[in-house]
Ligand binder design. Structure first.
Ligand code: NI
Length: 177
């Protein structure tokens, strides 16, 4: 996910991971659960953080770099979170706000989400934790978890808005996909 306050067009990538842009077909696919908690996974998580930070993102999910595994990272308000095989346990309230995505550069739209969520997740060692997020943090968790199910933020919009974004995204990518 991206924050509209950060609009630098940085293209720096120091992780070796390439962030795929819509309409890359992998973005619509469901990810597989992680069952191997090894050094390779720990390295991949560090690479995800690097790629996210290089693009001023607040979240990045594995499918966005072409890896169909239930792994995502979120970094907001000086706190970092690793989401592996995450599940929503509880959600409360409702919030509406602007949302962007590193796979849709320069595109933002209002999306309605729960105001608060409790999530069960594993860390890079395979240990299970419960984390809570409120406001923008909740929004970021839910946005990244949607990526693991092949769901994109534009899927919450009306057909009219979604089609407008599709056209804009096609222009951005210059028909690469
Ligand atoms: Ni996204």
């Amino acid at each position: 996910m991206t924050d509209n306050n950060n609009q630098d067009n940085k293209t720096l990538i120091d992780s070796g991971l390439e962030i795929l842009h819509y309409p890359a077909p992998v973005l619509k696919k469901k990810s597989e659960p992680v069952d191997k908690f090894d050094d390779e996974l720990a390295k991949f998580i560090q690479d995800l953080y690097s790629a996210m930070r290089a693009h001023d993102g607040v979240g990045l999910a594995a499918p966005q770099v072409g890896v169909l595994k239930k792994i995502a990272v979120v970094e907001y308000d000086n706190k970092s979170y690793v989401l592996i095989n995450p599940k929503i346990i509880e959600k409360r309230g409702i919030q509406e706000g602007e949302e962007g995505c590193l796979s849709f550069p320069g595109i933002y739209a209002n999306v309605t989400r729960p105001e608060w969520v409790k999530i069960e997740t594993q860390d890079e060692h395979g240990d299970t934790h419960t984390i809570e997020g409120e406001g923008y943090t909740a929004r970021a968790f839910l946005h990244e978890m949607d990526h693991l199910e092949g769901k994109l933020f534009i899927d919450y919009l009306s057909n009219l808005k979604r089609n407008a974004i599709r056209k804009k995204a096609a222009k951005h990518t210059g028909g690469h996909f």
